[in-house]
Design a protein around this ligand. Structure first.
Ligand code: AMP
Ligand code: MN
Ligand code: MN
Length: 332
């Protein structure tokens, strides 16, 4: 693995740079890509912002967000450097994975505990709450002065990946970095309103339907919910509106592991995993070919829902037992 100053030197050398986040983009990858992209542009580089899936509507407030080239569009361009942010494995680059096969310099900056060193240059810090934190440090290291737009993007990256500073990836240094951004002028309350209090009614109707599927294991430690394509269609909601629903499953008293089974296409499901304080869901998702962080992870599994549910719930119950959690009596 490289250190941050080697990454800084590398970035200074590039001339035509493409930056990219992961499939089903979130606030961290979008905010980090824009923040670093704008900084490199100010240094005189030719910069392309790319993202394998469409930008969710909720992030339309991010500065310069309209510049993202979505899907495989950016493959048409020519670049000398490919910078990958918040993407633990090449598969999560979607169609942009092809750029890894070109004779150009590749560099991955990430914070997933399960991250692979798949690029020429890799900087992975699982202690960082968000890639946005790493980008803030990197800009500081190369003495690049923050701009209002860059600060907003970094704040959005950090606030989303920490669940508004609630998750246990939030450290004192996370607050210090956010405080610097606020001192610099980031309108924190406004950004939080834009992210969390501008939901389309259809997303709450989807929540209503998904909550209808909420189940809790007899021991009260594992919960699960289901989202299928029919629900999205009936409620006129998009895939992006599934983001965050799993937190309701985790919020149940006594629950340690929450699961969300999301139908992606026929016989293909994405499983999201969250834990409260003990279970390592990165390892749990790893059993099914996925990964992520200790408290938030995911995987894609092919097959029918009942078989997938049986296998994943059994593994989650086993993980809960391994942590010697005593049985908790659910309220219902
Ligand atoms: P999600 O449930 O989509 O919010 O994802 C939670 C965490 O798990 C994120 O940090 C993702 O990067 C990671 N993750 C989700 N799906 C996968 C996957 N198929 N493979 C590896 N990591 C994943
Ligand atoms: Mn992410
Ligand atoms: Mn992240």
């Amino acid at each position: 693995m490289n250190n941050l100053s080697e990454i800084g030197d590398l970035l200074l050398q590039g001339k035509r740079i493409i930056l990219c986040g992961h499939v089903m983009p979130d606030g961290d990858c979008l905010g980090s890509v824009i923040a670093l992209g704008l900084a490199l542009e100010k240094m005189g580089k030719e910069v392309t912002l790319a993202i394998p899936d469409p930008v969710p509507e909720v992030y339309n407030f991010l500065p310069e967000v309209k510049r993202f080239q979505e899907g495989s569009k950016a493959l048409q361009g020519e670049y000398d450097s490919f910078i990958i942010l918040d993407c633990s494995v090449p598969d999560r680059l979607g169609p942009l994975r092809e750029l890894l096969t070109r004779p150009i310099i590749t560099c991955s900056i990430d914070h997933h505990v399960s991250a692979n060193e798949f690029a020429h240059y890799n900087y992975i810090d699982p202690k960082a709450a968000a890639v946005g934190e790493i980008i803030q440090d990197l800009l500081n290291l190369i003495n690049f002065p923050l701009t209002p737009d860059i600060s907003i993007c970094l704040y959005a990256a950090i606030v989303t990946d920490t669940g508004s500073f609630q998750y246990d990836n939030t450290r004192a240094d996370t607050h210090r970095r956010a405080a610097k951004l606020i001192e610099y002028g980031v309108p924190a309350a406004e950004i939080n309103r834009l992210i969390y209090e501008q939901k389309p009614l259809s997303s709450l109707r989807l929540l209503e339907a998904v909550l209808g599927t909420l189940s809790v294991s007899p021991c009260g430690r594992v919960s699960w919910m289901i989202v299928n394509l029919e629900m999205l269609k009936n409620k006129n909601a998009g895939k992006e509106h599934v983001d965050g629903l799993i937190n309701y499953g985790r919020s149940v008293r006594g629950v340690e592991v929450a699961l969300l089974f999301q139908e992606i296409s026929k016989d293909c499901f994405k499983v999201s995993f969250r834990s409260k304080e003990l279970v390592d869901v990165n390892s749990l998702a790893g059993k099914f070919g996925g990964g992520g962080h200790n408290r938030a992870a995911g995987c894609i599994i092919k097959g029918d829902l009942e078989t997938i549910k049986t296998q994943v719930i059994a593994a989650a119950l086993q993980a809960v037992n391994e942590t010697a959690l005593v049985c908790f009596s659910p309220d219902v």
